[in-house]
Each structure stands twice: as C-alpha cells, then as structure tokens.
Design a protein around this ligand. Sequence first.
Ligand SMILES: Nc1ncnc2c1ncn2[C@@H]1O[C@H](COP(=O)(O)OP(=O)(O)OP(=O)(O)O)[C@@H](O)[C@H]1O
Ligand SMILES: [Mg+2]
Length: 360
Amino acid sequence: MIKRCLCCITGESEAARRSNDSHDYPWEIYTLKELLHATNNFNESNKLGEGGFGTVYWGKTKKGVEIAVKRLKAMTAKAEMEFAIEVEILGRVRHKNLLSLRGFYAGGDERLIVYDYMPNHSLISHLHGRHAADRVLDWPLRMKIAIGAAEGLAYLHHEASPHIIHRDIKASNVLLDSDFTAKVADFGFAKLVPDGVTHLTTRVKGTLGYLAPEYAMWGKVSESCDVYSFGILLLETATARRPIEKLPGGVKREIVQWAAPLVEKGRWDRLVDPRLAGRYDRDQLRNMVQLAMRCTDGDPERRPTMREVVEILKSSGGARRRETEVVEVGEEEGEEGEEGGKREASQLKKKSWRVSSRMR
Ligand SMILES: Nc1ncnc2c1ncn2[C@@H]1O[C@H](COP(=O)(O)OP(=O)(O)OP(=O)(O)O)[C@@H](O)[C@H]1O
Ligand SMILES: [Mg+2]
C-alpha cells in the first residue's frame, strides 16, 4: 500500500501534495494554514487531551469533516522519530479496529498528525475519566470493545507484513467511534518485526502498569508483550480498576496482584466493576478475566497469541449475546486510584508472577 517512505515525503511540499491528489499516498499532506483554520488556531477550547508527546485538538476541515490533530510538543530527535514511525506505520495498515491516519503536516518545528475524530473518545475516559460519571459503559459494549481491540491487535501481529508490535497498548490508546467500535491508536513506539525474528531487544518504552516483566526488566520485546498489555486492558475493562493503584500508606499494587486471589476463589462479584450494578453476563466476565490472567502470565511462552485471544473472547458469545444476569454486587474497597505511571520505564524492576488460571 505504501508507495514511498516518509523520509522521501517530508522534504516535498507542493509537488508531493499534487502527487498525493492523484492518490500516490494513502494519506493527505495538509498545509499548516488548513490545520490552523480547522482547529481555530489550536484553540484551548478545541483541546481533546494531552499525552506524553503532544496535545490533541478537535477540528473541522473546510469540507466539514471532523478531525483530531495531534500537535507534537518539542521538536526533539525522539519526537521526530515518533512522528516518522507513527506516520509510516499508520500509512501501512488499514483495519476496521485501527485508528485511520488522514494525513500530516511536517514543516519547520511543527509536526502535526491528522486522524479521524473519535466522538466517543478513549476507553480510559469511560472507565476512569470524565465520561465515566455520565454513563456507565454497559457489559455488551465492554465485550464489543474488547473483541474489537483484540482484532486490531491480531491484525498487526498476524496479518500485517512485516508484523507489527505496538508496544503501548493501554486504555487511552483504545479510541471509540460513534458506534463504540474500538480503534487501536498511537503507533509511535511500534516495531516492525522482520520475518523469522522471534524477539527484539530494545530500550523499554510504554506505560508502567502495562509492561510485560521480561520487557520491563530486559527490554526483550515480542508480540507476547502486547498480549500482556492487552491482558491488563481486559482486567481494567472488566473491573474499572486502574493498572496500578496506590494503597493507603503509599504502597503501589498492580491490578493482577489484586485480581489473582479473587480469581482463585472465583469471586467474580468482587472483581466486576461495581457500577454495572450486577448487570453483566457472568460467563463472559469469567471468560474475560481468566483470559486476562493467561495473557499476563509471567512466562511469555505460556501466554496465548492474539489470534487465540480473539477466538476465546468470541467463544463466550461476544457482542452478539445481549442477555445479562443479575448477581450479587461486592463491596468496594475504599482505595484511591492512580494513573498508571508513564513512559521511559527502563528503571522499572518488576516482579514476575505466575497465576494459575483454569479456562473452562
Ligand atoms: N482521534 C481522536 N479522536 C478523539 N480523541 C482523541 C483522538 N486521539 C486522541 N484523542 C484524545 O486525546 C487524548 C490524548 O491522546 P494522546 O495519544 O496524545 O495521549 P495519551 O494516549 O493519553 O498518552 P500517551 O502520550 O502516553 O499515549 C486521548 O486520551 C484521547 O482522549
Ligand atoms: Mg495515546
């Protein structure tokens, strides 16, 4: 699909734009003027959110299309690399569960990436953020989102050529369209895996709370690191707990440590998000949580592949099964949540654990 690499493009302006008009590229090259106009000069009121590398603004093009524009912060070599990887990789992939790149602008110190606007924002905003209070994400939607995100990731691991490891799977990187279809976003840390290579050793990137132990400790990255992060995401989706919580006294506890004893005892009522008020499918919940425990196994060899994850999630009925079951709701423990720590996690020494989980 890709016709030329990014480095060939960023230097060209009008010529590249003209050839893009004849559909040479799968993306558009915008002018700064167009994007300033669309976002009302990056107006504060257009701000959708802020991440480690930039600020995201809502905008509307002259044609009336709603867009999200990520404006990279500082023009460091690292930011330039992220920008190049994101544009290069997103230009290669097309899947219903991956966020589409509409285009970009690269000029002077400005690096802007233009995406489709996702009216339902990110999964994190529904689980813990500003949309969490407005409306509880119901169980069938949680299943739909989990399956969609798993399919997007399975595509990257098994169908994209070369295969792609995302390396930053987390709730803020799962965006939701008007229909709550999951779109995996943020490819700035992604790695292309050449054929025949089983793992790569790299500097550790990603977000604390989601990092596989072998990656956090030794920088050993493979598809199964994404599977681990996806397992954390599944637990978060089912329980609405944060990947890392601060207990009274300042001790930090990871979601798997919290969930493991409850899974052992089969306390599904204590695990599930209490805001669902008992309205969930018990079999699907058990299936999702047990799968999450397998995905977060300390031994990467024992984790399922993303293809298996998709199959297992779908096996319990997935989004098609609408009936809910009312069960006893467990007590909430009075704990303060904390945003999972961020980025550059090379100092992290994470303990490895193994949780026995029995799939039905
Ligand atoms: N295409 C989009 N449509 C709607 N909202 C978006 C879009 N892209 C990003 N956002 C919003 O902007 C916020 C910031 O995104 P960004 O990717 O910069 O940071 P992050 O994912 O929160 O953190 P990090 O930098 O660690 O990845 C997101 O949480 C999301 O709510
Ligand atoms: Mg993000």
